[in-house]
Design a protein around this ligand. Sequence first.
Ligand SMILES: Nc1nc2c(ncn2[C@@H]2O[C@H](COP(=O)(O)OP(=O)(O)OP(=O)(O)O)[C@@H](O)[C@H]2O)c(=O)[nH]1
Ligand SMILES: [Mg+2]
Length: 337
Amino acid sequence: MRAPRAAARRPAPPGATGSKSGLGPVAKRIQAGDRRALARLISDVEAGRPEARSVLRELYPRTGRAPIIGVTGPLGVGKSSLINELIQLLRSKGKKVGVIAVDPSSPFSGGAVLGDRIRIERDPDDTGVFFRSMASRGHAGGVSQSTRDAIRLLEAFGMDVVIVETVGSGQVDVEIHQIATTRVVVVVPHLGDEVQTLKAGLFEIADVFVVNKSELPGAERAAKDLRELASLSVARDGWTPRVVPTSVVERRGTEDLWQAILDHEEALHQSGAGERARRERAEQELRELLLERIERMAREELADDTAWTSLLDGVVARETDPYTAADRAFHELRRRL
Ligand SMILES: Nc1nc2c(ncn2[C@@H]2O[C@H](COP(=O)(O)OP(=O)(O)OP(=O)(O)O)[C@@H](O)[C@H]2O)c(=O)[nH]1
Ligand SMILES: [Mg+2]
């Protein structure tokens, strides 16, 4: 586990509060809409620099209100293109949007997605949009925590909606999807094996299915299959997953997608499921943060510890089995702490 890194890049602004707003200088800059401060702080979050935590502590009470939309699905189904469409729609409604792309294979660059067929230009000076790509590896506190923290910074910055894109291929997606308030899974016509994948994992956590590229043959069939699957699944808190066909090339369906998201957010509110989900997310985060500390503490305690070394020697020599050794180490740690 990492050792806390020294604040090498610039002097750490200590959680200097005491001003009228109760915010330190960095938190104030975030709230005032300083993009460079935001970008720098997200980098700090990724690197696990301690000064980021102090700003997050200050900003926490001001976060937790924006819808967090998780968008996932297999490689190349058009997630980024769809997000671009959503951004344009939301900007036309005067809403500010933050986007985090985890492990993007088609990076957001300069406010445009470079697809081979679609290139959507956006005003690079539009301060109502902020993109950030993040790698799922190399995060000091794990990608889930970095994502949570980045979302909070975007919210404190003033974003009304935050969208998180991940490539639907594993545990990271499920974890990040769990951070979202509305989970969107994007697929394309001719699902084939994808339906299996969806059944296996993402299907259970989708609130809205998008069948993108629906100008291609087979789109209606795919939507029908998904609707069937959705109706067979147990409605969670009175919500049956919605299926929305879209086509970015024909610029269709984005309004329906946004409406489905809004309907889901409203259903969460009405049924009380949103409140429960908030509690579950808080508990999950607290658990992760606590476990991280316990693990670090244990590692530090065991490093260069002679009793630990001799336990290890015993296991290697097959004088002690690893189960007994782990039990002893556990009891010894508990005794000391
Ligand atoms: N025919 C068709 N092509 C589309 C549509 N939407 C996106 N595409 C194309 O699909 C390709 C992938 O689009 P992206 O938006 O990068 O897809 P993605 O899911 O974000 O891809 P990854 O992030 O790499 O997983 C690009 O060539 C797009 O131009 C659509 O509705 N119809
Ligand atoms: Mg993408």
